[in-house]
Design a protein around this ligand. Structure first.
Ligand SMILES: [Zn+2]
Length: 106
């Protein structure tokens, strides 16, 4: 994945140079950075535990009131799409302390 990303960035920068004008170079640079930023976001999301893993690793946090935060024990958890509101890749974040707890979606 990292190699593919590298080649895509080189390709876009190369297209910018081949176009030869400043505007093409700026557009290709912005697109390359956007692609890299998206890749970092996906990598970070994939490193989060799934709900099953989170519950397994934090058995003491499974209270009768539901899933709780590992740091502050709050049971107020919001889920956010990592790229947009309707993104199927979701991060579940504690409303009280802001800790990112687990991921869901695909
Ligand atoms: Zn918390």
């Amino acid at each position: 994945m990292k190699l593919l990303l590298f080649f895509m960035v080189v390709l876009f920068l190369g297209v910018g140079f081949i176009l030869g004008d400043f505007f093409g170079l700026v557009i290709s640079t912005i697109f390359s950075f956007s692609l890299y930023k998206y890749y970092l976001m996906i990598s970070k999301w994939k490193n989060l535990p799934t709900l099953d893993d989170y519950l397994y690793e934090n058995k003491s946090n499974q209270l009768k009131k539901g899933i709780t935060c590992i740091k502050c024990s709050s049971n107020s958890i919001k889920n956010w799409g990592i790229n947009s509101v309707n993104d199927t890749k979701r991060s579940h974040i504690c409303n009280h302390c802001g800790t990112i707890l687990y991921r869901s979606g695909n």
